[in-house]
Design a protein. Structure first.
Length: 152
């Protein structure tokens, strides 16, 4: 199994060998590269934590349109390029973004596979709400009501 959480006092440390990103006191783990492996599921908590920040969600939205350099990606944001780079570190740490060296710059690419685990988890709740509304609808249809009560 994977080692327990390692707390880092450093503001940002990337340990590429173990595919772990430490952002402040937060440990994020990259999923293994084999998408068919049983161990390839990304850490659901880390994915949701990465998605918790609105700038990171917006970065993913922008990358849905295609690959961009870090500079191109940072341009529409009011945050500095180093701040955007830190957000990219978090997204890369959970496997949602891959930076590909291209000359003197890096091209960022969306890797949506880790979102599948979040979508699978949320799908159970979508099913729950669908069934709950179906039960409510049946109850409303099956419950006799007096039209005079609705006129008040």
């Amino acid at each position: 199994g994977s080692p327990g959480p390692i707390w880092s006092a450093a503001p940002r440390t990337i340990d590429v060998v173990n595919e772990t990103a430490h952002i402040g006191k937060t440990m994020l783990t990259n999923p293994p590269t084999d998408p068919d492996s049983a161990d390839s599921r990304p850490d659901l908590d880390a994915v949701f934590q990465a998605l918790a920040h609105p700038v990171r969600r917006e970065i993913l939205e922008v990358l849905r349109t295609g690959d961009l350099t870090v500079g191109e990606l940072a341009r529409p944001f009011s945050q500095s390029r180093p701040a955007i780079s830190q957000h990219l570190d978090v997204l890369e740490g959970v496997g949602l973004v891959r930076r590909i060296p291209s000359g003197r710059t890096n091209v960022c690419r969306l890797v949506p596979a880790p979102l599948r685990a979040a979508d699978d988890w949320l799908a159970g709740y979508a099913q729950y709400w669908t069934e709950a509304f179906d039960r409510l609808e049946r109850q409303l249809v099956d419950t006799p009501h007096d039209p005079k009560e609705c006129e008040s």
